[in-house]
Design a protein around this ligand. Sequence first.
Ligand code: B12
Length: 583
Amino acid sequence: MSEPRPETAPEIAPLTDPRLRPGVELIAAGRGLARDWQLGPCPFLTTHAVGSEAEYKRQVTASGRIMQHAHIGFRNVDRTIWAIGEVHRNCRAAGVTVDRFGITLDWSMGYPRALRARATRGTGIVLDGPEDFVRITHAAPAAAHFGDFMLGLPGAVENTCAALAAGVSTFGNLGQYFTFRLPYWDDDVATTEATVTAIALLAAQKAEILVHSNLDDGFAGLFLDMSCALGMVLIEKHIVERLIGARLAHCYGHHFSDPLSRSAFHAALARVSDTPGSMIFGNTVAYQSSPAGNYASLASYLLTDIVALGRWPLGHAINPVPVTENQRIPDVEEIIDAQIFAHRLAEHAPFYDAVFDWPRVEAMADRLVAGGQHFAAAALAGLADRGVPIDDPAALLLAIRRMGPRRMEALFGPGAEGPRGRLPLIHAEWARELNHKAESWLATQTALPRPLRVCLGTTDVHEHGKYLVEQALDGLGAAIVDAGVAVDAEVLIDRAIAGGAEAVAISTYNGVALSYAKAVLAAMAARGVALPLLIGGRLNEVPADSNSGLPVDVTPDLRQLGCHPCAGLDDMRAALVMLVPGG
Ligand code: B12
């Protein structure tokens, strides 16, 4: 099955922008900031007598112990600080060391500080000032990893200064620069300038600071060819290490379900990078079952990671994701259980080294590296041909972000040209799985009575739901009006009207389902249209008066508003047939 061709698609921006300041100027600004902002103290650095997490990682790697990462995603700061202490203490009592904590900031933290109070809030943590960062880094003698909504977003400089002063020595997340869009924020020039300035500030530190890039947050979660993801490693290293002078630690994992390609990607990374890795992210897309079933997915990816780290000790921590991840934000007990599970598995895992088919892993790593090098070289040459100064980190970042994963892959991918796009050297699992899901569903369906025009968009970066729905609609014979990814409600309806849509379909995951649906209905009313509104994905939201800070299901509220919540594709087809005249 190939990618459906939407009838209409959002406009494409030029690759260069005269408003963008030269990289050298931004780097100088970052260096200037380092005179006032230097790495501060925290219990992690003092307890382990290290100058930075990079130094700590080299020490522990040399000892042969596998490091562990725990992700904390509560909205409430006090609850987060309590949770960090609780997890660290209880795990230590069980003989388990949690080396680092991933702090899931809320997407409103990505804005410049002055705009945050008015921003839509998702499900993550909101920190008010540098003192809040300090409270978090002092919650336990473990490294605090600020990955989300830091680098790559317009508030990068403020957040980086505050976290640096609080003792943080690993900063994310370059991957988010390429894909994350904040509601009602379109100034990608300001976002680029803030990101380069913040990375230059980190490069100018006396201590060795790690810049973290989660590839799956970036284009790796959207490329159809896994070797292009390895290519992004090379391009990002060119930008961050060669052009800006900082150290870049890569993370991967969300979308890597197959042990062969997951360990091969690690082997490939070992050939192209000597910077300590941050963490290997859990294969969260595989969590499609109950907690008991998800333990099987947890074991599957963790065993692969531990055995691969045994062979290529790159310094990554493993990330045992709690088995409730696909239902909601996991709670403290579930985080502790996952950490204890990982520690015990790390005792078993080395005995699996002998039974892994390493020559097959190495052979796939060969193809990943060859394909990645092809992609990186073709992309840099291709962008230079299009007038992008590829020795300027800011210009290069902006051009790649504006070109996007589909055009990058189509133009610079290593695979042969096929009838409908490039043939992937190594087909990304997420795409294979969703293609198969769409095919098997369509095999049980009949086409719609007539080709309906459906406008489809997402509220946030989660695009896989849309990818699947696009395939299903295309197979049903519908015409797709593509409103794009992370689109504001008003723009969604403008594109629906411009495309002559008869229904609107939204895919949402960030815990904003109800407020977004209300904004869409208001936008329709303001434009004098009333189109059926279908909505699917993670239909929840944190109530305004919540004291737990955890999201709740809003399906009944959506129905009350007159929307059509869809648990899956069956609900979608039924709604379309019922709602659209002659549908
Ligand atoms: C993959 C993933 C990501 C990837 C997305 C890659 C991409 N480019 O698409 C990445 C890594 C980028 C990501 C980022 C984030 N994520 Co995320 N992510 C997931 C994950 C693991 C899978 C979601 C997915 O795509 N599934 C594949 C789809 C096809 O399957 P499905 O959801 O079952 O879809 C079915 C139905 O829902 C339906 N459907 C879906 N959409 C639609 C639309 C219509 C119209 C219809 C009819 C049907 C329909 O059809 C499908 C088949 O039945 C989930 C956890 C999980 N396992 O579900 C977390 C999850 C959704 N993410 C979450 C969060 C919080 C985030 C971040 C904010 C984290 C952060 N702080 O950075 C960021 C988003 C930032 C931003 N800018 O928006 C939370 C949401 C919390 C909540 N709402 O309760 C989850 C639940 C994880 C968790 N437990 O914390 N994520």
